[in-house]
Design a protein around this ligand. Structure first.
Ligand SMILES: NC(=O)c1ccc[n+]([C@@H]2O[C@H](COP(=O)([O-])OP(=O)(O)OC[C@H]3O[C@@H](n4cnc5c(N)ncnc54)[C@H](O)[C@@H]3O)[C@@H](O)[C@H]2O)c1
Ligand SMILES: [Fe+2]
Length: 373
């Protein structure tokens, strides 16, 4: 039996924030990205909140949110007892909000009525996923919470909110979207529903992301990439991910490499590995590359996948993404020393079972070590 569901109600466009005006007489806890307080963006958002509501803002959000920061938010949750939560920001802020909800509801022993997510990066798709990625900095681990009820009830996609993102955030979070698409496309639980979404995302990102990087104020490009980010979230929350994310989570936890950058360093090697070891994956990557116009329809699957890998490398170059841990500033010797730990923890990652091929420890080590120098 195939399973596919999309519980989140999605509104996209420059007027999507007006949906906030429907909320009346509620206790609203806003969980905001650290760049938002005193910004025009937050003023714009608050301008749509009716004065009959009581609002409390929590903005102590850091990238790759650690558990101790989330517990500070939980304290605020218990004091304020919100009925509605609104997460606003990049994946880290949306996940902080989900983490506060997860622990807050358990500790205060009640359920909120609604979680609304307003993403300001085109990246994680957290506004539609059941995941929240929480960091454990002491043990250099990322712990994904995965609960169906953590999927936000509503996502508001306003492309103007993404325009203030620094170029590197546009590049890294956008390559995270492409990784979500290419991993969910070949993942074990992929089906025709999720394939349709993933293939479209490969097309949109390979044809529009570099334009967003170069001209961040191009509203049309921003809107379609923001929507693709959301669509990729729907695809992977149904189909699963794979070893690119399993290893990227370890690379992020150990070396503080931004999530999307870790993915895009690894992605060419993961595609190479999967397509060499799984005929179905080879064919699916090739179809996606052909549909996106990266490869002509008549060439072989193997050649089409080569073109896809070359396209990813070209995009990384065009957006100045460091392509190895060494180029990012990590000591290669330290990175080599950590190989066994990274392999062990990658196998325990929640995304690992989704990969189309189950790699040996040597295979995983090879993929990881390919990005060191
Ligand atoms: N929940 C999920 O389904 C899921 C999926 C993939 C990744 N993640 C997690 O999400 C996190 C990464 O999220 P991300 O890539 O969105 O980056 P991020 O949320 O960590 O943000 C990166 C930086 O950009 C800033 N920023 C965000 N939007 C901005 C804007 N519009 N203008 C100016 N600055 C802005 C943030 O303040 C931060 O400093 C990681 O912790 C990753 O593990 C979650
Ligand atoms: Fe991701």
């Amino acid at each position: 039996m195939e399973e596919y569901s999309l519980p989140t109600r999605i509104y996209s466009g420059e007027d999507s924030l007006t949906k906030l005006e429907d909320i009346k007489n509620s206790r609203i806890m806003l969980v905001c990205d650290a760049f938002l307080p005193n910004s025009d963006t937050l003023k714009k958002i608050k301008g749509h909140i009716d004065s009959s509501n009581k609002c409390e803002t929590f903005a102590d959000v850091v990238p790759d949110p650690p558990l101790d920061k989330i517990m500070v938010g939980v304290q605020k949750f218990m004091e304020f007892m919100p009925t509605i939560m609104i997460g606003i920001g990049g994946g880290s802020a949306l996940d902080t909000g989900k983490g506060i909800r997860f622990f807050g509801e358990k500790m205060a022993k009640y359920k909120i009525e609604k979680y609304i997510a307003i993403p300001t990066t085109s990246g994680t798709g957290s506004e539609v996923t059941q995941h929240a990625v929480i960091s454990d900095p002491k043990n250099h681990k990322k712990i994904p919470l995965m609960e169906d009820y953590l999927r936000p009830d509503c996502a508001l996609l306003d492309p103007r909110l993404v325009m203030t993102a620094p170029k590197s955030v546009t590049a890294y979070s956008g390559m995270d979207v492409l990784t979500h698409a290419l991993e969910s496309l070949v993942a074990k639980d992929a089906n025709v529903f999720t394939d349709a979404l993933a293939e479209k995302v490969v097309d949109v990102i390979t044809n529009n992301l570099v334009e967003c990087y170069r001209h961040g104020d191009n509203l049309d490009a921003r809107k379609i990439v923001h929507e693709a980010s959301n669509i990729a979230g729907v695809a992977f929350s149904n189909a699963g991910l794979g070893i690119c994310h399993s290893i990227a989570h370890q690379v992020g936890a150990n070396f503080h490499v931004p999530h999307g950058l870790a993915n895009t360093m690894l992605l060419p090697y993961v595609i190479e590995y999967n397509s060499s070891n799984c005929a179905d994956a080879l064919h699916k990557y090739a179809i996606a590359a052909k549909k996106a116009g990266i490869a002509t329809p008549s060439i072989s699957d193997r050649l089409a996948v080569k073109r896809l890998i070359a396209k990813i490398r070209e995009m990384n170059r065009q957006m100045n993404c460091p392509m190895s841990l060494q180029a990012f500033g990590v000591d290669p010797k330290e990175a080599v020393t950590l190989t066994d730990t990274i392999v062990e923890n990658a196998k325990k990652d929640g995304t690992f079972p989704g990969n189309p091929v189950t790699p040996s420890d040597e295979d995983l080590a090879k993929v990881y070590q390919a990005i060191i120098r």
